[in-house]
Design a protein around this ligand. Sequence first.
Ligand SMILES: NC(=O)c1ccc[n+]([C@@H]2O[C@H](COP(=O)([O-])OP(=O)(O)OC[C@H]3O[C@@H](n4cnc5c(N)ncnc54)[C@H](O)[C@@H]3O)[C@@H](O)[C@H]2O)c1
Length: 383
Amino acid sequence: MTRFLSTHDVARIVQTLGLPEVFRRMVAGLEADFLRWGEFDKSPRAAAHSKDGVIELMPIADASQYSFKYVNGHPKNHQHGLPTVMAFGVLADVATGQPSLLSELTLTTAIRTAATSVMAARHLARKDSRVMALIGNGAQSEFQALAFHHLLGIRELRIHDIDAAASARLARHLAQAAPTLAVTICTSTAEAVRGADIITTVTADKTNATILTPEMIEPGVHVNGVGGDCPGKTELHRGVLEMARMFVEYEPQSRVEGDVQQMPADFPVTELWRVLAGQARGRERSEEVTVFDSVGFALEDFSALRLLLACAEELNLGAPIALVPKMADPKNLFGQLEATDESKRRAMPSVGRAMAMQSEPSINLPSARSNGVRLKTTGLGRG
Ligand SMILES: NC(=O)c1ccc[n+]([C@@H]2O[C@H](COP(=O)([O-])OP(=O)(O)OC[C@H]3O[C@@H](n4cnc5c(N)ncnc54)[C@H](O)[C@@H]3O)[C@@H](O)[C@H]2O)c1
């Protein structure tokens, strides 16, 4: 059977283990998988673009497991009462193709994205980083703030959003979730980023935005650019990229989707896995500017799905679902259509069912299972 994890199940995992512990496990899983980079069958995600958004499929596999994520990005979705980003995904066994897990990935995407940001910042930000600016205070923002607070030692957060209510909500949540994190709401991006060690941009707008411009960038800062993740959807002025060393997840995808899409094809970038593996250098000098041009890569969701499955097994969460048929004779697929009495009863229109129930004779089943209760036969098996 396939295990199904709902958003409630993933919330239970976080409530039981605590968000800091989930972040720690997530970063550990990501690091382990990024260090096995060569073992994965990788490809850029397949994107279906439309006027207001994008729907993407993100597949990846190693020799034993395959995963994909379905994810959208619709920055105007709040007008319809929907989140900008929604996702779900599957983990499957390569040897047989049997899906082992079907899970929500909306909450999980926020967790894995923040964990990936922290994994990058450990190598790219100055070790003495304590102040972070967080521009864009929507659905992803609490997760970014808390991951950097708990795992990287950020003590002061300076937040800004063009929507004042979003900043107020973020500040309220952080006051409860991280009372020792000092949070200041700023009236502009320029005010928020002044003096920050790390700048996280996580805005949503389907345009080539310029959230950060070169005059805002101080020596030694690390930019964690999360919101520029689609063709024609960027956050950083190209002048910021020209003054920085750029790090990406998977170069073939980032060249198309990341902020680096603004630059010539030979503009130098370093894939993050090479830094983790010691094949390339992360931050070299305290005054250099670094940019992690995050777009979200399928390997991060592969790691996340594996972590979810491990946590669900540990905490006994989720439900078995009949996503694929279970057959005594695997060649007898047609036999799946031989309805049981119960499925025939369910398939009946409700009015017809009520009438059938009224006309059914009662029988008394004397077995222990029925406890002698008078049951009605469906009467549907006749003829
Ligand atoms: N890199 C990744 O792996 C990854 C993963 C998830 C989401 N994302 C991206 O992160 C972004 C944020 O996602 P979300 O779920 O938080 O979206 P959201 O819509 O919930 O929040 C986005 C916030 O950005 C604010 N904003 C828009 N333009 C702004 C500007 N010019 N200055 C300041 N604030 C501005 C909006 O008011 C909103 O509050 C999206 O672009 C999404 O595609 C990237």
